[in-house]
Design a protein around this ligand. Structure first.
Ligand code: 5AD
Ligand code: SF4
Length: 464
C-alpha cells in the first residue's frame, strides 16, 4: 500500500438512502484526509455500502465481494462492508468472509476513519484485524455532516432515520434502528445551501418520511418550508407510509406549486388478512379511501406503489385481491417484489415462508404484466399534452437525445435539436408517443417556472 493519502473507492447498492449515506461517508473521509476515487483499480480501500432488504440485493453484494478476491490477492487492499448488511449479518460476514476487513452499520460511520486506519495498519504489520462498528446509537442523525454531493440536478436530504413500524417482512427496523427526526433548522439550512450550489430539485428521504416530527414541526410543515426555499424548482419525498397522511400534508402536496404531484404510496397487498399479517396497520378499504381522497383533491396526481407477491400463506384468492387492487387504483407505475424471508424479521420468526418459488414468480409476472399494460394506458393519457420537464441530461440510449422527468416523475425523451437546454433547466415538452415507461416529446420552448395556480386540477399539465 502506498504511503501518503489513502485512496478510497465506494460502491453503493440499494435505495436512495444508501446513496445519501455514501455522500455522508465521502464527507467524513475527506475531512480526515482520505482521497475518494471513482476507479477501484487504484484504490487502497474499497467500501461497499450494502442493502439487505431483499434476497437479490444480498446476493448481489456477495457476488461483488467474490469479485474482489482476485484483486485482494494481487495487492494490499482493505475491504469494508457498510450499511444494512453490515448491521444485520455481522457474524456471517466476519467469520465466513476472510476478505472483509471492516464492518460499519448505518449509524456507525463516524468511526470509519479510525476503522480504516486500524485495518491498514494491521495489514502493513502483515496481519488482519477485523474491525467492527455495528452498534446503533439511538440519537445519530449526522446533523452536522454536509454530504459530499456529486453536482447534478437532484439533491437528497435525509430528514429522519430508522423506522418503528416493524412491518413483519421488513429488516429495516433492525438494520437502521429506531425512528429519529432531524432538527428542522438544520434541514432548512441544508436546503438553502443546496439551492446555492445550483441543485434544482430536493428529495426528502426517510424510511418512513411522513412520520417526521421535531417539536411542533410535522412533515407537512417541513415539506412546505423546504419547498419555499428560493432557487429550488421541485421537491419530492420518499417513502411515506399510508398511515401518516393528515389533511395538511395532502393539501401541501396538492396545492404547493413546487411540490411534485406524485405520491409513492406503498400498499404491499390488497388483501386484509395479509395486510394484518404484514402489520401494515391499514385495511384495503382504508387504503382505497386515501386514494379516493387524494384523487378528489387532484385527479391527475401520479400514484405509484410497492407490492410484495407470495407473502407467507398468501392464497390464490388473496393474491387476486392484490391483482384487482392494481386494476382498481391504476397506478402510474409499481415496484413489484417477490417475497423473500429476511433474518430476524417478525415474519421469519412467526410465519412459514411456504409459497413455492414457482407460484411466487407466477404471481409477480402476472402483476408486472398487468402493471405494464396499465402504465402504458396511463401514459397514453398524456398524448397531445404539454408537460413541464426538468432536464436531467443525455438519454440513456442516445447522446443525440436528452431526458428529463415530468412533475409526476415519468421519464421524458426528446431530440436535442428541438431546443437548447441543459441539466437543471425546465423545458415544455409536447408528448407525441409513449411506452409503458417513457414519454416521447418535442421540446418546444424553455418554459417559465410553473405558475402557482391552485384551482387547476391537473397542476402538472401546462397548456402550450
Ligand atoms: N421481501 C420482498 N420485498 C420486500 N420489501 C421489503 N422487505 C421485503 C421482503 N422481505 C419491499 C417492500 C418495500 C420495498 C422497499 O421493498 O415492498 O416497500
Ligand atoms: Fe420497512 Fe415497514 Fe418501516 Fe417501510 S415502514 S421501512 S416497510 S418496517
Amino acid at each position: 500500500m502506498s504511503a501518503g493519502p489513502r485512496h478510497v473507492h465506494i460502491e453503493t447498492f440499494g435505495c436512495q438512502m444508501n446513496e445519501y449515506d455514501s455522500e455522508l461517508v465521502r464527507a467524513l473521509l475527506k475531512r480526515e484526509g482520505f482521497v475518494l476515487t471513482a476507479d477501484r483499480e487504484c484504490a487502497d480501500v474499497i467500501l461497499m455500502n450494502t442493502c439487505a432488504i431483499r434476497e437479490n440485493a444480498h446476493t448481489k453484494v456477495y457476488t461483488h465481494l467474490s469479485d474482489l478476491k482476485a484483486l485482494k490477492k494481487s495487492r494490499p487492499l482493505v475491504v469494508g462492508v457498510l450499511g444494512c448488511m453490515a448491521q444485520n449479518l455481522k457474524e456471517e460476514l466476519t467469520k465466513q468472509e476472510p476478505l472483509v476487513d471492516l464492518l460499519a452499520g448505518p449509524d456507525a460511520y463516524r468511526q470509519l476513519p479510525m476503522l480504516i486506519q486500524n485495518a491498514v495498519h494491521a495489514q502493513e504489520q502483515g496481519g488482519q484485524a477485523k474491525a467492527l462498528a455495528v452498534d446503533l446509537p439511538e440519537y445519530e442523525t449526522y446533523d452536522d455532516i454536509i454530504p459530499a454531493r456529486i453536482p447534478g440536478v437532484n439533491a437528497w436530504i435525509a430528514v429522519m432515520r430508522g423506522c418503528d413500524n416493524f412491518c413483519s417482512f421488513c429488516v429495516v427496523p433492525y438494520t437502521r434502528g429506531r425512528e429519529r427526526s432531524r432538527d428542522p433548522q438544520g434541514i432548512l439550512d441544508e436546503a438553502a445551501r443546496i439551492a446555492g450550489e445550483g441543485f434544482k430539485q430536493i428529495t426528502l428521504l426517510g424510511q418512513n418520511v411522513n412520520s417526521y416530527r421535531s417539536g411542533d414541526w410535522d412533515f407537512a410543515r417541513l415539506l412546505t418550508a423546504v419547498a419555499d426555499t428560493p432557487g429550488i424548482e421541485r421537491v419530492r419525498f420518499t417513502s411515506p407510509h399510508p398511515k401518516d397522511f393528515p389533511p395538511p400534508l395532502l393539501e401541501a402536496v396538492v396545492f404547493h406549486p413546487k411540490i411534485c404531484k406524485h405520491i409513492h404510496l406503498p400498499v404491499q397487498s390488497g388483501n386484509d388478512r395479509i395486510l394484518d399479517m404484514m402489520n401494515r396497520t391499514y385495511t384495503r378499504r382504508e387504503y382505497l379511501a386515501l386514494v379516493d381522497r387524494i384523487r378528489s383533491m387532484n385527479p391527475c396526481m401520479a400514484l405509484t406503489t410497492d407490492i410484495i407477491a407470495g407473502f407467507c400463506s398468501e392464497t390464490e384468492a388473496e393474491f387476486e385481491d392484490t391483482y384487482r387492487l392494481l386494476e382498481e387504483v391504476r397506478y402510474h407505475s409499481a415496484f413489484i417484489f417477490l417475497y423473500s424471508e429476511r433474518t430476524n424479521t417478525i415474519a421469519a420468526r412467526k410465519y412459514a415462508d411456504d409459497i413455492p418459488q414457482e407460484a411466487k414468480s407466477r404471481r409477480v409476472t402476472a402483476l408486472v404484466d398487468l402493471q405494464r399494460r396499465i402504465s402504458a394506458e396511463r401514459n397514453r393519457e398524456y398524448l397531445g399534452q404539454t408537460l413541464q420537464v426538468l432536464v436531467e441530461g443525455d438519454a440513456r440510449k442516445s447522446s443525440l437525445q436528452a431526458m428529463g422527468k415530468s412533475d409526476g416523475n415519468i421519464t421524458v425523451i426528446w431530440e436535442k435539436t428541438d431546443v437548447q437546454c441543459g441539466p437543471g433547466q425546465m423545458v415544455a415538452c409536447s408528448i407525441y408517443d409513449v411506452s409503458a415507461s417513457t414519454l416521447y416529446a418535442r421540446a418546444t420552448r424553455p418554459s417559465e417556472p410553473s405558475p402557482p395556480k391552485m384551482e387547476q386540477s391537473c397542476t402538472n399539465i401546462v397548456q402550450s
